[in-house]
Design a binder for this molecule. Structure first.
Ligand SMILES: *Cc1c(COP(=O)(O)O)cnc(C)c1O
Length: 511
């Protein structure tokens, strides 16, 4: 959709830039599978509010002389979240902010105000914002190990707590870690505090994504105010969905009184982090929770879980080692190839990648992604070239030089000697050009997709290999001895199922 409104004050060129930008963004949204952001929303009925400089400066529960505001709406949003997260009826406070990060900053700020000499504890899998917040607040902190699921290692928490048992503890629990959706168990954290004998503590929950998932599932792990937490931060632009990043922070009201200041100039109580505050995002959140019943939210969350299961199944049947945590819609798998990452907006961290089956992620997207992941693992292995070379010094250097002379980049090169034959295995950036260049040398190319295996040079070893394929139900197209020398033999085999065959002979394969 191109803009139909008058833009006459812009030059033709600038208008074109906007059109181009709009098209680019709508194009990118099609491969948006890796981020915990719901893009299924329609807030058009609210667009007219953009005509005004709405500002909710200050405490939403106190009136202001800045009357172009949406405070009443903001309070209703806070009350809605308070009920959802079981905040105590007459002891909660909160505000709509710029997102999960600001909510974390706010919660930990209160923690530090209450326990100025407190020590902050968080897990290895915490969101990256936490380290920055610890620095901003000047909080001494300890990082606790995580379990493979992303959840905090409570044994390690106990160890750290006992080393600092004379200082109050400020514990940040991640309710849905960013990469794996691991959930820190508040009951186990409380038990650890008790075990260490620490009575003075503050518990903040970073529930950016899962704070709007868990309330709509059966048997969620304990994470909300019923477990005695002090504050919680939930993003609004994640599961609810919003064109502007936003979030909600909820705290026990008694804590806020420690930080609130009266400001005469705007007639407000300054209890928030920023001064001027976006008054449009409370409207967005209000609209979202008013236009969808709890039952509809439940249905939406259920579909997300079904889609996560579908993604796990499809990936597993494509040979991709995918999994998810039982309470998460984040599907984790080994880091995909650069080609897949270029096309799909998948979040990666070190050796893993993930997708999150937010409401806009459908079967078509998953199927297309899985196809690309499958193709790319195939093309990577197909790009492998094997050469028979004489077992003499300098061969690897000769091959490398030859390819460099043709401007072909080598990604990897391995050499192995079996008997009196050398085998060089290469991966390159320009496969076909490399094949052409190598054809005209004294080296022999191993036929495309043939698999080289090492055997003992004794009667019957080729027959044993053939039997292995027969039992696995793989048809052999050709099987030949390449050489035999000094008790070692090299054989080449090609089959009708390259992938399965590679697996079958992984113990004796060359390359
Ligand atoms: C996304 C996320 C945040 C940050 O939230 P923003 O709304 O992007 O500021 C914090 N913690 C976790 C666990 C998150 O997933």
């Amino acid at each position: 959709m191109k803009s139909e409104l008058p833009l006459s004050s812009l030059s033709l060129e600038d208008r074109k830039r906007l059109d181009w930008l709009y098209d680019m963004i709508s194009q990118q949204a099609k491969t948006f599978v890796g981020y915990p952001v719901n893009r299924m929303f329609d807030y058009r009925p609210l667009y007219r509010f953009l005509d005004y400089p709405i500002n909710n400066v200050g405490d939403p529960f106190v009136s202001s002389t800045y009357r172009v505001n949406t405070r009443q709406i903001e309070r209703e949003v806070i009350e809605h979240f308070a009920e959802l997260l079981h905040a105590p009826k007459d002891d909660f406070w909160g505000y709509v902010n710029n997102g999960g990060t600001e909510g974390n900053l706010y919660g930990l700020y209160l923690g530090r105000e209450i326990h100025p000499d407190g020590v902050l504890y968080f897990s290895q899998d915490r969101h990256y914002s936490i380290d920055k917040i610890a620095r901003v607040l000047g909080l001494r902190h300890h990082m606790i190990r995580s379990l493979p699921t992303g959840e905090m290692d409570y044994q390690d928490l106990r160890t750290h707590l006992s080393l600092n048992k004379d200082r109050p503890a400020i514990v940040l629990a991640t309710i849905g870690t960013t990469m794996k959706q691991g959930i820190d168990d508040i009951q186990k954290i409380r038990q650890s505090l008790q075990h260490a004998g620490i009575e003075q503590h503050y518990l903040h929950c970073d529930a950016a994504l899962a704070g709007m998932i868990l309330p709509f599932t059966d048997d969620p792990p304990p994470f909300d105010f019923r477990e005695g937490i002090d504050s919680i931060s939930v993003s609004g632009h994640k599961m609810v969905g919003s064109p502007i990043p936003c979030g909600v922070v909820l705290v026990r009201k008694q804590h806020v009184n420690r930080v609130a200041q009266n400001v005469e100039y705007v007639g407000i109580v300054d209890s928030t982090i920023t001064g001027s505050r976006n008054g449009f995002s409370p409207l967005l959140l209000w609209y979202a929770i008013r236009s969808k019943s709890r039952r509809e939210f439940r249905g939406m969350i259920r579909s997300c879980f079904e889609m996560a299961d579908y993604a796990v199944e499809q990936m597993q049947s494509a040979g991709i080692d995918a999994w998810r945590n039982p309470h998460g819609i984040t599907v984790v798998f080994p880091r995909p190839s650069p080609a897949v990452l270029e096309k799909w907006q998948i979040a990666v961290q070190e050796s893993i990648g993930h997708i999150i089956t937010m409401p806009h992620v459908d079967k078509h997207m998953i199927d297309a992604l899985v196809d690309d992941m499958r193709d790319s693992s195939e093309s990577r292995t197909m790009r492998q070239i094997s050469l028979y070379v004489p077992d003499e010094p300098g061969v690897v250097a000769d091959v490398a030089e030859l390819l460099a002379g043709h401007d072909i980049n080598i990604d990897s090169i391995d050499a192995e000697t079996i008997g009196d034959t050398g085998v060089v295995i290469l991966t390159v950036d320009r496969y076909h050009d490399a094949i052409e260049a190598l054809k005209h040398t004294k080296y022999r190319l191993v036929p495309d997709r043939a698999i080289l295996v090492k055997l003992d040079d004794r009667p019957g070893s080729l027959a044993e290999l053939a039997t292995r394929f027969k039992q696995a139900g793989i048809n052999i197209h050709s099987l030949r001895m390449v050489n035999n020398h000094d008790g070692k033999a090299l054989a080449s085999v090609s089959t009708d199922n390259w992938e399965k065959a590679m697996d079958l002979v992984s113990d004796i394969r060359v390359g």
